[in-house]
Design a protein around this ligand. Structure first.
Ligand SMILES: Cc1cc2nc3c(=O)[nH]c(=O)nc-3n(C[C@H](O)[C@H](O)[C@H](O)COP(=O)(O)O)c2cc1C
Length: 337
C-alpha cells in the first residue's frame, strides 16, 4: 500500500490531510474523532486581533475606572468570578487538545497589523501549540492605503511573529494580491515556514426586505479547488517552504490533485462539516486507492509531479487555455441551439 507519511512545516505527519480551523476544531471530542478518522494535524479556531485588543481595552477601562474609585470598590475588580477571557479559552483549548490527541496541534491567530497582540501567539505556544497559523483574513477596504503599505505591514507582522515564537509559522493567505507569487516569496524571505492557499472569503448580500447588509455563510464545493490548484502548480518551483491547499478539498481525489500540483498537505473543513469527521477516513481510502491504481508508492513521489515545472505546457496553469475554453464552450452552446 502507498506510503502516506509526509512532512509539513518540519513536522512529521502520518498522512497529508489536515483538519483546518472551523467549528469541528472547537471541541476536543470532535477533534478526537477527526484524528481517529486520520486527520494528521488539527488547526484550532483563530484568536482574533480585534477580540484580543477589544478585551485588553475593556480590561484597561475597567481597571482605570476602579482605580479612580474608592478602595472598597477597587477591591472587587479584577476578581470577577468565573470570568474567562477569549485568550483563556483559547489557551485552555490548546491544553485540552494536546492532552487528548497525539498529532500536531496548530493554534491560529488572525491579524494583519504588527502590535502588542502578537505576544498572545507566544502564550499559545507556551500552552503547547506545535505550530502557529497566521490567518490573514482581511478586506483591504480603505482606498487610501496602497497595496505596498498593506503588504509591508503584513510582512512586518510575520517577521515579528518569527522573532517572538519558537515554533513553525504557517501563513493562511488570501487570493486577493496583485502578485500572489511575489507575496508568497516575500513571506518565505520573512521567515514563514509554510503558506496555505487560500483563505475563503465570505461575501455580503443585501436583504431586500430589511435593506440590511446580510451575511450568510455557505460551505465550499470541490469546484473551488481550482483556484488553489492553479497557484500551487505555479508556485511549487519558486517556494522552498511548505505549501498547503485549503478551500475546496472534499475528496481523496481532491487531495491527490493538490499534491500532484505541489502541495505538501490538503486541509479540509466544509467536507467534514457536511459529512462528519469520519469522512477523513473515506478521503484517505480514496487517496490510497488512486495512488495504488496509478503506481505511486509515496506522497513524496506525487508531490509536484504535475506542477508548472514538470509538465510539457507550463502555461496550462496560467491561462488554462483561456481562449480555447471560451471558444469550445461557445461553439458547443451554439451547436445545441
Ligand atoms: C463556520 C466556519 C468557521 C471557521 N473558522 C475559522 C477560523 O476561526 N480561522 C480560520 O483560519 N479559518 C476558519 N474557517 C475557514 C476554514 O478553515 C477553511 O479555510 C475554509 O472553510 C475553506 O476550506 P473548505 O473549503 O475545506 O471549507 C472557518 C470556516 C467555517 C465554515
Amino acid at each position: 500500500m502507498a506510503e502516506l507519511m509526509c512532512t509539513w512545516l518540519g513536522l512529521e505527519l502520518a498522512s497529508p490531510i489536515v483538519a483546518s480551523s472551523g467549528p469541528l476544531t472547537h471541541d476536543p471530542d470532535l477533534i478526537s474523532r477527526l484524528v481517529d478518522a486520520g486527520a494528521a494535524a488539527v488547526i484550532l479556531p483563530s484568536l482574533f486581533e480585534e477580540q484580543v485588543e477589544h478585551e485588553a481595552d475593556e480590561l484597561e477601562r475597567l481597571y482605570s475606572m476602579h482605580s479612580d474609585a474608592n478602595v472598597e470598590a477597587a477591591s472587587f475588580f479584577p476578581e470577577v468570578p468565573g470570568y474567562e477571557s477569549v485568550v483563556d479559552l483559547a489557551l485552555a483549548l490548546v491544553e485540552r487538545t494536546k492532552a487528548r490527541v497525539e498529532v500536531p496541534v496548530v493554534a491560529s491567530v488572525n491579524g494583519t497589523h504588527p502590535g502588542g497582540w502578537v505576544r498572545y501567539a507566544k502564550l499559545l505556544v507556551d500552552a503547547g501549540a506545535d505550530a502557529i497559523e497566521l490567518n490573514m483574513y482581511t478586506v483591504a477596504a480603505d482606498p487610501m492605503r496602497t497595496a505596498a503599505q498593506i503588504e509591508s505591514d503584513q510582512i512586518a507582522l510575520v517577521e515579528s511573529l518569527v522573532h517572538t515564537i519558537s515554533v513553525p509559522i504557517n501563513v493562511k493567505l488570501s487570493p486577493y494580491y496583485t502578485s500572489v507569487g511575489a507575496f508568497a516569496v516575500a513571506l518565505e524571505a520573512a521567515g514563514a515556514h509554510g503558506v496555505s492557499f487560500f483563505n475563503r472569503f465570505y461575501q455580503p448580500d443585501l436583504d431586500l426586505d430589511t435593506l440590511e447588509v446580510a451575511s450568510a455563510l455557505a460551505l465550499s464545493t470541490s469546484d473551488e479547488l481550482r483556484l488553489p490548484l492553479r497557484w500551487l502548480g505555479l508556485l511549487r518551483q519558486h517556494l522552498h517552504i511548505s505549501m498547503a491547499a485549503t478551500t475546496g478539498v472534499h475528496s481523496g481525489h481532491d487531495v491527490a490533485k493538490v499534491i500532484l500540483a505541489g502541495a505538501d498537505v490538503a486541509m479540509t473543513t466544509s467536507a467534514v462539516l457536511r459529512r462528519g469527521p469520519e469522512h477523513i477516513a473515506t478521503m484517505l481510502r480514496e487517496l490510497s486507492g488512486w495512488m495504488d491504481e496509478h503506481e505511486y508508492t509515496s506522497v513524496g513521489q506525487m508531490r509536484g509531479a504535475v506542477s508548472s515545472a514538470t509538465i510539457d505546457d507550463p502555461e496550462a496553469f496560467e491561462r488554462a487555455n483561456y481562449i480555447g475554453a471560451l471558444a469550445r464552450y461557445t461553439s458547443n452552446f451554439l451547436n445545441r441551439r
